[in-house]
Design a protein around this ligand. Structure first.
Ligand SMILES: C[S@@+](CC[C@H](N)C(=O)[O-])C[C@H]1O[C@@H](n2cnc3c(N)ncnc32)[C@H](O)[C@@H]1O
Length: 217
């Protein structure tokens, strides 16, 4: 009963957030224009969701539930859309989530959204640079969602790698971007990982300890 109530509140919060994110396009262009004379920074997108899609969210949720994953870490919270999908999944698997966001204002909005959805107690939101907020992480990671600044994908992966185990899954969003490619090329060269692509190459799923060749779906 409690699970149903929470799932309804999450679904309702997600509906509101996706509705609001329809204004992303204009805000996004404003952010991108700041990069004409200098490199872009996360703060240029402080008002933009930059979220995963509804279809991605649903697939993410299925992936976690089908593999019975519990210990979730997310890099790049933004306003919390992807985190709410993670919450939807772990309500069923009995897990918990650590998510981290660089910008204080975004983290504040995310926390409000988690509370509104009734899942504040299963999500630990850490504010600051993920390379610092996750630096002392010493617990098994079943599922790592990489959806922050792409240049940090490889350093963050390497920093957290000792916490992966044979059933861990690493979800790489925007796999087609330059920073992500650096991570994926490095991982592809190792024998203890297997990569598969989804959503026409936008998403890469890295699995540990599989021996077959990389494949595109
Ligand atoms: C693509 S958005 C995340 C979208 C979110 N996962 C979703 O689907 O709703 C990337 C976020 O990562 C944050 N970010 C960028 N660099 C970061 C860092 N070093 N540490 C933590 N968060 C960072 C940005 O501020 C931005 O909000």
């Amino acid at each position: 009963m409690q699970t149903t109530i929470n799932q309804n509140r999450i679904a309702e919060t997600l509906r509101t957030l996706f509705e609001d994110s329809k204004n992303d396009r204009f805000k996004m262009l404003k952010g991108v224009s700041k990069g004409i004379f200098r490199p872009l920074q996360p703060a240029d997108f402080k008002d933009v969701y930059l979220s995963i899609s509804k279809e991605q969210g649903e697939a993410l949720c299925d992936l976690i539930q089908e593999n019975h994953l519990k210990h979730i870490v997310e890099f790049g919270t933004s306003f919390g859309i992807s985190t709410l999908y993670l919450a939807q999944a772990i309500i069923e698997t009995g897990g918990s989530i650590i998510t981290t966001e660089l910008l204080e204002s975004k983290a504040q909005r995310a926390q409000e959204n988690f509370d509104k959805a009734g899942v504040g107690d299963v999500i630990e939101l850490r504010v600051g640079d993920a390379m610092k907020t996750l630096s002392n992480h010493q617990a098994p990671i079943d599922f790592l969602l990489l959806d922050g600044w792409k240049d940090l994908y490889l350093p963050l992966f390497e920093m957290l790698e000792s916490n992966f185990h044979r059933d861990s899954i690493i979800y790489v969003d925007n796999a087609d971007m330059d920073g992500s490619q650096i991570l994926l090329r490095t991982v592809a060269a190792k024998s203890n990982y297997h990569i598969e692509y989804q959503f026409h190459g936008k998403v890469a799923i890295i699995r540990c300890n599989h021996s077959s060749k990389n494949e595109i779906i």
